[in-house]
Design a protein around this ligand. Structure first.
Ligand SMILES: *Cc1c(COP(=O)(O)O)cnc(C)c1O
Length: 495
């Protein structure tokens, strides 16, 4: 059954799935949301027998209704292949009393690969379907992981170019090295002298600038987004929740239909929203446990019903979650407001003007499935050390935030529902924080010494993504102010 996507800020603005993927963002800063989420009418027992690609097809075909089967299968087959270092694509492992869903087996060893390896296929297919003759320019703000995953996905894809902005002092050395060594001929990377929110705000500003869009159009270009505000990223993220649940069904851990809890280390709220969307499709979930680091805006939101970004931005050991404006929360707000674009637009205006907004009591009631908590940097280090001592398994700092919050949740509620924890990055990406959590006295000047030590501790082979950058030359060295972002994009496009 076909349905459309409409803007969270204007019910009149609608798009097909392929148009929404191409546009990325709706007008006036709105986000595209599906007008309905169809029931997944395949049994969990049947899904349990399918591999990742077939589960992906079942989920994505329900959401991207204007793609043909041939188109979708082409996209899925291109994305989930040997680029992943696990045949399972997203293996589930049992540690510390929970099912750890490892989402870091893609090319850049962060969960962003799960969606960004398919987005270029979806986007170029969508461009063809819509007879779009412009070159697509992907503009991306990154807190560290999206950047490299998007660069890897779009590098040398014909008909596309990609520009990435990251906070110059807000990413890990390995993350930075991954980005600035990107060789793709159609890529551009710049550090900005600001934080992630500055980068994200700058990118959103370019997107909503009509004059700039007209100028680009004249020059044969069109902007699109690889951030998690693009529905083309959100839907592929629904897949692994269905996939992991059905692996538990297959293993006999849960019976088909029995609920699980899902814990997600959260920043921009994309990953946890995908879990929520999967539940609206029929995945049985009791609680969505939203784990934050010291930038605990979401914890405060779930406990008080007020979203308030007016606070200091804290650089933590889990940089990909250092975010004060969680863009995708808007999609949840829209939904709990009864799919009311006018009400949502009002709240978002308040966020822009005053930095905060408040839920009504009615809206708060609709959040009963969400639980929020946070972990400090000391707690994260402690958790990494504890879990390593248990069975030698090494968590990255983001996943450790989730594990720590899950421990708090269990203690508070005594809820023993089987629980899936999204593991969002390989510990190799954050080698310094991880190694020093396990061995407090270990010192090293060079990050690759830490990488080697981590290999010794974890007995997990150093991923190709890390080996590659050991000696790779820096290709991108632009650093700019947030006010200069538009100018550097124009320079990159030579317009
Ligand atoms: C992006 C990222 C997150 C946060 O995910 P959101 O979808 O932005 O909430 C958490 N952990 C890691 C490692 C990430 O790269």
């Amino acid at each position: 059954m076909a349905f459309l996507y409409s803007s969270t800020r204007n019910p009149q603005e609608t798009a097909t799935a392929s148009e929404a993927i191409l546009k990325g963002l709706a007008e006036e800063g709105g986000l595209f949301v599906p007008d309905e989420i169809p029931e997944l009418d395949v049994s969990f027992d049947d899904l349990a027998e399918m591999d990742y690609k077939d589960v992906a097809y079942e989920v994505m075909s329900r959401m991207f209704t204007d793609f043909t089967e041939e188109e979708l299968r082409y996209c899925i087959n291109g994305a989930y292949d040997e680029k992943f270092d696990s045949e399972l694509i997203a293996p589930v492992k049992y540690h510390h009393g929970a099912y750890i869903l490892e989402l870091f087996h893609g090319k850049t060893i962060a969960f962003k690969d799960m969606a960004l390896s398919i987005l270029p296929y979806l986007m170029t297919t969508a461009a063809k379907k819509n007879n779009m003759d412009k070159e697509i320019v992907i503009l991306t703000a990154t807190s560290g992981d999206t950047g490299k995953a998007a660069l890897a996905g779009f590098a040398d894809v014909p008909g596309t170019r990609i520009a990435v902005f990251y906070p110059k002092n807000g990413v890990s050395p390995i993350q930075e090295k991954q980005m600035v060594t990107e060789k793709g001929k159609n890529t551009f990377v710049a550090g900005i002298t600001g934080n992630f929110d500055d980068a994200q705000t700058g990118v959103k500003k370019m997107f909503s600038d009509k004059e700039l869009a007209a100028y680009l159009d004249e020059k044969g270009f069109r902007f699109s987004s690889a951030n998690s505000i693009n529905i083309g990223r959100l839907v592929p993220q629904m897949v692994y929740y269905v996939y992991s649940y059905t692996r538990l069904v297959k293993a006999g851990t849960v019976k088909a239909g029995e609920p699980v809890n899902i814990v997600v280390p959260t920043g921009n709220f994309g990953n946890i929203l995908a879990a929520y969307y999967a539940s609206l499709m029929g995945l049985p979930v009791r609680k969505f446990i939203c784990a934050s680091n010291d930038n605990k805006v979401l914890y405060d939101f779930f406990t008080t019903g007020t979203y308030d970004r007016n606070r200091d931005f804290i650089l933590t050991s889990s940089p990909s979650m250092d975010i004060l404006i969680s863009s995708n929360l808007e999609r949840l707000i829209y939904r709990i407001a009864g799919n009311d674009a006018v009400k949502n637009a009002e709240l978002m205006k308040s966020l822009t003007e005053t930095g905060k907004y408040e839920m009504t009591d009615e809206m708060k009631k609709n959040l009963y499935q969400f639980y929020g908590n946070f972990a400090t940097m000391d707690e994260v280090a402690e958790t990494i050390k504890t879990v390593y001592a248990e069975d030698g398994y090494v968590l990255d700092t983001h996943t450790a935030v989730a594990v720590n919050v899950y421990d708090k949740y269990k203690k508070e509620t005594e809820d023993n529902t089987p629980t899936i924890i999204a593991s969002t990055a390989s510990p190799y990406k954050f080698a310094r924080s991880v190694v020093t959590a396990i061995e407090e006295s270990f010192t090293a000047d060079d990050d690759f010494e830490l990488v080697d030590e981590l290999a010794r501790l974890s007995a997990v082979k150093i991923p190709a993504a890390v080996e590659e950058i050991r000696t790779a030359p820096v290709v991108h060295d632009t650093v700019c102010d947030k006010e200069e972002m538009e100018a550097v994009v124009k320079k990159f496009l030579e317009i």
